[in-house]
Design a protein around this ligand. Structure first.
Ligand SMILES: [Zn+2]
Length: 236
């Protein structure tokens, strides 16, 4: 009864293949992968926001340096002109001119002081943003690393299981007639459901439909027997 043994082995092979398919599916659809992708996106978004904020902080620092520098020069100039005014010895017209000049410079100084103050306030806000974003980035990055480790571990376990099933498959395949393997592989490639079914009490194990006695006889006369309904290979 060599051919029947071969058919029974085909049923085993289908079970092993189905198991391998499930494991591959499980490997590709780990729930942690959804979290991992979301965390990856979040890390990128926070990283971009952090870099933009750091650039904004550098801009503010440059603006503060520039305005403070100008402020200092203007203060010195205002002070010097004021000293010249109080030193005396000027004509009334020149003194009047100088007084207006000093007032103008002092007005400028006041405006610049205000500007520097505003810039410093902005810097404080941006610094706080940067601190918050740095903390967020640390959280997201460590969450990503944690998920990565979990995924690698799950994959390692699944791969080990797949290796066991592949080994089992390599033991079964040589027991089966080559033509039968070709037919089986062809059927498997063409559809997702079962392509081999045990024939029990006239019921096809693949499509679960009943075969009448006449249909069963017709099926059994083919080599290998095939279900009249779903064309699955039948194992009597
Ligand atoms: Zn069937």
């Amino acid at each position: 009864m060599e051919p029947v043994r071969s058919l029974h082995d085909l049923l085993d092979l289908q079970d092993v293949d189905a198991h391998i398919d499930r494991l591959i599916d499980q490997r590709q659809n780990l729930p942690e992968l959804v979290d991992y992708r979301a965390t990856h996106e979040a890390t990128l978004a926070v990283g971009t926001a952090r870099d933009e904020t750091a650039a904004r902080l550098r801009e503010l620092e440059l603006a503060i340096d520039k305005t403070s520098g100008e402020l200092e020069i203007t203060q010195v100039k205002a002070g010097a002109e004021e000293m010249r005014l109080y030193a005396g010895g000027l004509s009334a017209r020149d003194a009047d001119y100088l007084r207006r000049e000093v007032e103008l410079l002092k007005g400028k100084v006041g405006g610049m002081e205000e500007e520097v103050l505003e810039l410093m306030e902005s810097r404080e806000e941006v610094e706080a943003d940067l601190t918050r974003l740095d903390a967020e980035l640390t959280v997201e990055t460590s969450r990503k690393t944690e998920l990565e480790a979990g995924i690698r571990e799950s994959w390692r376990l699944i791969d080990a299981e797949i290796a066991v099933k592949e080994h089992r498959k390599s033991e079964i395949v040589p027991l089966i007639d080559e033509d039968l393997i070709d037919l089986y592989e062809g059927l498997r490639a063409s559809r997702d459901d079962r392509v081999v079914g045990a024939l029990n009490n006239g019921v096809c194990g693949a499509c679960h439909l009943i075969l009448s006695s006449a249909e069963e006889n017709e099926a059994r006369q083919q080599d290998p027997p095939r279900c009249v309904h779903c064309r699955a290979i039948l194992v009597p």
